[in-house]
Design a protein around this ligand. Structure first.
Ligand code: ZN
Length: 274
């Protein structure tokens, strides 16, 4: 059974309706004990103000979304991306976040060299680790579904993320988002390979059939075809004790609903479908 005291709200789930302050207050109202803000809503509220409100409401921060986006055509642009990643680490520290989520980036504009993009990702994470390790902020690579390889993330499997963790060493782990990895025949094996130390976050939503939009048509847990309890069991068998972070991008459905209704349903669905 899923432990309903471990729900975390990723702010993207009510992105169209609520500011970060409203998300924090909404979590408190609905008995949700974790939150994972995106940096745009964090910046809109102000980092100090957000850190205070999160603390006052006793919420844990299960991750800050997001750093990454390492590949670029020129060294100057890569340096700019890296500087922004250092700031993201600082923000994660200010919030007391459990990890900084990395969406690593896709192909630089005009490029057909995915191997090159992947080596830029490796180098970028390596440089960021020099900084994040000093401050003890874990970095969590989020492998994204291969349909995003060109424009969002060219790390698309748990296996690739584990390889990067092997190569780059401590301070680096993985965010397992069921939406991105449910299809992978090696998923169980790669979760086992990651083990407790690397399993830094667990994101849940569902895969709808048909999916009408590659980015903005994620489903509520229980409405699609992902066996979420099975994947949760694999995570917890390795010792994962973190939250289930609910992250639903849904421009035509959940973003159009009353956010209090959304949170009521989130609570019910974690109990029945996670
Ligand atoms: Zn995610």
């Amino acid at each position: 059974m899923a432990d309903v005291s471990k729900i975390s709200l990723n702010t993207a789930t009510v992105k169209a309706q609520w500011s970060l302050r409203e998300c924090i207050e909404g979590c408190a109202r609905h008995g949700i004990r974790g939150i994972a803000p995106w940096r745009d809503v964090l910046h809109a509220m102000g980092i100090d103000e957000a850190a205070r409100a999160i603390k006052d409401n006793g919420l844990r921060v299960t991750g800050l979304c997001r750093g990454g986006m390492f590949p670029a055509t020129t060294a100057a642009v890569r340096k700019k991306a890296l500087d922004d990643n250092y700031r993201a680490v600082d923000e994660a520290l200010a919030l007391g976040a459990e990890c900084l989520i990395l969406v690593v980036g896709g192909m630089p504009e005009g490029s057909k060299d995915i191997a090159g993009a992947r080596s830029q990702v490796r180098d970028g994470i390596g440089q960021l680790l020099d900084y994040s390790r000093k401050h003890a902020m874990p970095l969590a690579i989020e492998p994204l579904h291969p349909m995003y390889a060109a424009d969002r993330a060219c790390v698309n499997t748990m296996s690739h993320a584990n390889d990067l963790c092997d190569e780059l060493g401590p301070g680096l782990g993985i965010a397992v988002d069921v939406y991105h990895v449910w299809w992978d025949p090696a998923l169980e094996r790669e979760i086992r390979r990651a083990g407790r130390d690397r399993l830094l976050a667990f994101h849940v939503c569902d895969w709808l059939v048909p999916t009408r939009d590659l980015l903005l048509d994620r489903g509520m847990m229980g409405d699609g075809i992902i066996d979420i309890p099975l994947i949760r069991t694999w995570m917890e068998r390795e010792g994962y004790q973190g939250c289930y972070e609910v992250e639903i991008f849904s421009s035509e459905d959940w973003w159009k609903r009353d956010p209090d209704e959304v949170l009521n349903i989130v609570n019910a669905r974690v109990a029945s479908a996670v």
